[in-house]
Ligand binder design. Sequence first.
Ligand SMILES: [Zn+2]
Ligand SMILES: [Zn+2]
Length: 121
Amino acid sequence: MSAVEGNCFCQSVKYRVEDVEPVASVCHCGFCRRLHGSDYTTFVSVPSEKFRIMEGQEVLTSYKASDHVTTHFCSRCGTTVCRVDSRYANSSMLRGTITSPLEIEIKKQWFKDNKVPSLAE
Ligand SMILES: [Zn+2]
Ligand SMILES: [Zn+2]
């Protein structure tokens, strides 16, 4: 697959992933909801060694959210660009930060029972 690139809102932090087939999933759990400030989170995951910060390493900050999960976010604009789960040794890009065209099927929905009720029309 071609390279996947992305950046934070202010474009200080830029990342790139190559030579790997990313796996996309959605999570509806309360932990993700609060951590990322949205109804659900879409992750595009790759093995951690494939995730490379191309620019802005110096402004990238991390937050250890649990024993396993660390989020990495831009200290200027606050965008979370990636989340690392030490149980799986993978890095999950936040779908909204990916800038390159990426047609990817959502393979898995975690905690579907926890889904927020749909918004009224
Ligand atoms: Zn930023
Ligand atoms: Zn979750």
